[in-house]
Design a protein around this ligand. Sequence first.
Ligand SMILES: [Fe+2]
Ligand SMILES: [Fe+2]
Length: 196
Amino acid sequence: MRLTPISGNPGDGETPRSPVELLLDCHARIRHFVQLSLTLAAAGDDVPDAEIADAAAAIFRYFSLALPLHEADEDITLFPRICAIEPKSGLLRQAAATMVEQHRAINELVAELLPICSMLDRSPLRLSALASRLEHVTTALEQIFAAHLHLEETIVFPALAKLFTAEEKGEMLREMEERRKLPRRPTDSRSIHLIR
Ligand SMILES: [Fe+2]
Ligand SMILES: [Fe+2]
């Protein structure tokens, strides 16, 4: 069993050349951190405490700092632009509205996940007591993300690539990159010590 997190920042790899590339890069990280959380929930007694704490802290950082940026890319940069070119009854517009709506359900589950990760970072010995809660919330997240990422990857992102000009896509990419330069705070302020 490996509890090795990758970096949670899209800016840490190769520079994305398009907004779709940046968004898909985020999706790879979402899938990674959901899997890491499932692996953590299933970790046995042989896993060192430091490894449990590091994995919990990395999952906390990803879902409290990076995921909100990705959702802002879709809710603030992408959704209004789709609304501006698609009629309300259009399939793309409806898919985009569903995308925004699903973020709320995702965030409710993330709000359950964060305190568990925070507790495990501080007290990795509590894993056996918290494992079933962690497994339950992460499985729910895995299921909602499966539908959500599929919707975005099969309908919303292909439309983004097709319907906008190179100039508009450049503007969106710049907006997303600027968002990542702003100072960030975790969504759960009780656990600010985890940002290290
Ligand atoms: Fe999304
Ligand atoms: Fe997404």
